[in-house]
Design a protein around this ligand. Structure first.
Ligand code: CP
Ligand code: NVA
Length: 302
């Protein structure tokens, strides 16, 4: 099993399935109010170079529920933010803590950090990937559809970090993924090429209707991610027609579910009606960040 949780493609389907099984167990225990101090006395450092609501709260609460402790470290208040070399920060933090979680811009930084830290490192979002989120998304699919297998998945919107982690998931788990983005906002070619080499069934189109037809899982995300705020207005123009709305839902399987990692821009990438509608499972999805990340932490640090 890998030391770190940096990208879904580093992991085997078997090991990720075990994380889903553990997630079920931990979620049930939490709901029953049963103590599950599997990380008693352990400490997780959480480095944030970007904003967060769900990630910060779910990791911090998750460590507490597991009997451990989490430290919130914003880059502005650490020496890392003042340029301390990553190989020094990584080795120092590994002397104090049993694991490190990082949310930052560069995937390379997370990988460098992990190489120098001899404790587990978890990727909590980079410009390239958001693997913890897609694990929570797939656990939500399992809860609502019984299994993630043999379903058609559809991504409409930006070829961003979330899209890349979905592409990785298609490679590891073997499901069909249709990706619709505007021209110029395609997913990273190297990510797609590697997934296809691993056998992923990925259909790329610039027509959201083609991607949505008959799909069981509809998924979208903001048009401008963190760090792209200056492009917001231009993107609003470029993404016209790429909204997850009632017309798209009508093309999908009648039993389809709608995912959004949140935060959402209502009536931009998704309509208020759809996110509040009967197909939406976005709040189960947000809750499952807590349960699935606890399982990831126990797997890595337990
Ligand atoms: N989905 C997600 O990662 O949310 P936050 O940015 O609030 O952590
Ligand atoms: N693509 C979004 C996801 C936020 C959870 C971003 O990177 O800002």
């Amino acid at each position: 099993m890998p030391k770190d949780f940096l990208a879904l493609t580093d992991w085997s389907r078997d090991d990720l399935d075990k994380i889903f099984t553990l997630t079920r167990d931990l979620k049930d225990k939490q709901k029953r109010g049963e103590e599950h101090h599997l990380l008693k006395g352990k400490t997780l450092a959480m480095i944030f170079e970007k904003s967060s609501t769900r990630t910060r709260i779910s990791f911090e609460v998750g460590m507490f529920q597991l009997g451990g402790h989490a430290l919130f470290l914003s880059s502005g208040n650490t020496q890392m933010g003042r340029g301390e070399p990553v190989q020094d920060s990584a080795r120092v933090m590994a002397r104090y803590c049993d694991g490190v979680m990082i949310r930052t811009f560069s995937q390379q930084l997370v990988e460098d950090f992990a190489r120098h830290a001899d404790v587990p490192v978890v990727n909590a979002l980079t410009d390239l990937y958001h693997p913890c989120q897609v694990m929570a998304d797939l656990f939500t699919v399992i809860e609502h559809k019984g299994s993630y297998r043999d379903l058609a998945y559809c991504w409409i919107g930006d070829g961003n970090n979330m899209a890349h982690s979905w592409i990785n998931a298609a490679a590891v788990f073997g499901f069909e993924l249709r990706v619709a983005t505007p021209k110029g906002y395609e997913p990273d070619a190297a990510v797609v090429a590697r997934a296809k080499k691993m056998g992923a069934k990925i259909l790329y189109t610039q027509d959201p209707a083609e991607a949505a037809r008959g799909a069981m899982v509809l998924n979208t995300d903001v048009w401008a991610s963190m760090g792209q705020e200056a492009e917001q207005q231009e993107r609003e123009k470029d993404f016209k027609g790429f909204q997850l709305n009632r017309d798209i839902v009508a093309l999908a399987d009648p039993g389809c579910i709608v995912l959004h990692c949140l935060p959402a821009h209502r009536d931009e990438e998704i309509t208020d009606e759809v996110i509040e509608g009967p197909h939406s499972v976005v709040f189960d999805q947000a809750e499952n960040r807590l349960h699935v990340q606890k399982a990831i932490l126990v797997t890595l640090m337990g």
